[in-house]
Design a protein around this ligand. Structure first.
Ligand code: SAH
Length: 268
């Protein structure tokens, strides 16, 4: 997207869920060009190296234990303040990066910030990132879709706006965000929603970081994960995508050997 000379612009950039190298190349380029970066608590502080002379403003709302620059007891930055800061710096002609953990479009309150910029007539773009569910699937080598039984994936927050917990059954694999503190309640709601108690459930905290932790459960035993993952950003994968991959019945090595033998026979 192009920007006029006098007005600034905002790039929403997904930082990825963990270590700095999970950002996209485009996201890294936007950081390198930024004058101002408004960042979340979940983004890796190492990303600062990409924009050392930009002004970095901490607008983190969470402050999980174990996040390197968690804000301790400091007040959450109100959403309206973030909206106002984005508009102000862009209106000042700055190239602003709004750096969000994971992907900006997934539970990132992106809609409110986009609406604020639209109201102010400020240009913006969204650069995608790796969302936590994908990092958890990658590091545990559990594909979210499976041929046959795993045809749909849902990204769900179990926590509604008023803080109450709800859960349904929307897909073959369902990944729950923001439920780490309420795993026992989530387990009950999942059973009520029709998930069989023995359904596999994978709990992954700090996905994409060196201290990532992944534990295997069933829907019925989810509460066992509470203490292990306490105070850490956590996703819960339920259903087909939580199942481990069994070793192939016919090892690829055997197929590879027969391919090589065939090649040797037909070589000129
Ligand atoms: N936009 C982010 C989600 C922000 S909502 C994304 O796309 O990943 C915050 C929730 O995301 C946390 O409560 C947790 O459920 C999840 N989350 C974020 N980072 C995580 C990580 N590294 N490991 C596990 N869960 C994570």
């Amino acid at each position: 997207m192009t920007c006029s000379e006098t007005r600034g612009s905002v790039s929403f950039v997904g930082a990825g869920p963990g270590e700095a190298d999970l950002i996209t190349l485009r996201g890294a380029q936007r950081l390198q060009r930024a004058d101002v970066v408004l960042f979340d608590a979940l983004a890796d502080p190492a990303l600062r190296a990409l924009a050392p002379s930009a002004r970095w403003i901490d607008v983190g709302k969470r402050g999980f234990v174990g996040v390197a620059h968690a804000r301790g007891g400091r007040e959450n930055t109100a959403q309206e303040t973030i909206d106002a800061l984005l508009v102000k710096h862009a209106a000042d002609g700055k190239r602003v990066v709004r750096l969000k953990g994971g992907d900006p479009s997934v539970f990132g309150r992106l809609e409110e910030e986009l609406a604020a910029l639209a109201a102010a007539g400020i240009e913006c773009e969204v650069v995608p990132g790796v969302t936590a569910a994908l990092a958890a699937a990658a590091s545990t080598r559990r594909p979210l879709t499976r041929r046959g039984g795993g045809r749909s994936v849902a990204l769900t927050t179990a926590v509604s706006r008023d803080g109450t917990l709800g859960a349904g059954r929307h897909a073959d694999t369902e990944v729950f965000y923001m439920a780490g503190k309420q795993l026992a309640a989530l387990a009950r709601k999942l059973v009520e929603a029709g998930w069989p108690a023995a359904t596999p459930a994978l709990v992954v905290s700090r996905a994409g970081w060196p201290d990532e932790l992944a534990t295997e459960h069933t829907v019925a035993s989810l509460a066992d994960a509470t203490l292990l993952h306490s105070g850490r950003p956590t996703v819960v994968t339920v259903g087909v995508g939580a199942e481990p991959i069994a070793a192939a019945a016919r090892p690829a090595r055997v197929v590879a050997e027969s391919l090589m033998a065939e090649e040797a026979r037909t070589a000129p």
